[in-house]
Ligand binder design. Structure first.
Ligand SMILES: C[S@@+](CC[C@H](N)C(=O)[O-])C[C@H]1O[C@@H](n2cnc3c(N)ncnc32)[C@H](O)[C@@H]1O
Length: 191
């Protein structure tokens, strides 16, 4: 376990309790749900589970994985029977292959993880990624510039075996703390 990351994120959740409250799910996730065929979902770096909770209310069986026990405890407290939480370090965790109808990763970027997420999809499974990208009008510089996507970057991770259903670049929702440009992609695994 990357103890440094775990300590950092646990502290952040403890110091900013609003991050543990039930928050709006990704607006785009709401819009794309009709594209998903089965009900087994993985929420990657779920935090306190705003997207997991939304998916659970739509009948999905959700695995929420994150490095912060503080965030996962908060999600467990909500008592959703169809959400299971797991404390993992995504730098090391072996994500089960061919296992999920839907994988969601929002507001988190680990470029090395994207090929593993593709492998974790079932055939016809859907992967949705939405996170921050470079832009001159961003209000908050990242702690590490590597955490920001370059223009069009998400598309570069997928070959012709994946159908790109939707791609977008847009400014984030007003309820987020800082105005930031985001990038999102919705892909289907065709094999
Ligand atoms: C900005 S939050 C995003 C939470 C949620 N996906 C959302 O959109 O609200 C980033 C999350 O990544 C988690 N995280 C950071 N490094 C991680 C790692 N190595 N393994 C697993 N989770 C990690 C943090 O604990 C935190 O909950």
């Amino acid at each position: 376990m990357a103890q440094k990351d775990k300590t950092k994120w646990d502290k952040k959740y403890q110091e900013t309790p609003s991050l543990l409250e039930i928050r709006e799910p990704s607006k785009k996730l709401i819009e794309i749900l009709d594209k998903v065929k089965g009900k087994k979902a993985l929420d990657v770096a779920s935090g306190a589970g705003r997207n997991s909770i939304f998916l659970a209310t739509k009948g999905f069986d959700v695995e929420a994985i994150d490095i912060s026990q503080v965030a996962l405890d908060e999600l467990d407290k909500k008592g959703f029977k169809n959400i299971s939480t797991k404390l993992v370090d995504l730098d090391e965790y072996e994500i089960p292959k061919n296992s999920y109808d839907l994988i969601v990763m929002t507001n988190f970027l680990d470029r090395n993880l994207i090929s593993k997420l593709s492998k974790a999809l079932k055939t016809s499974g859907i992967l949705f990624i939405e996170t921050y990208m470079e832009d001159k009008d961003n209000e908050k510089p990242p702690s590490n510039p590597n955490f920001l996507l370059k223009k069009d970057e998400l598309k570069s991770f997928f070959n012709e075996e994946f159908e790109i259903i939707e791609y977008d670049e847009f400014f984030n929702e007003s309820y987020e703390l800082y105005r930031m440009k985001k990038q999102s992609i919705l892909i289907r695994k065709t094999f």
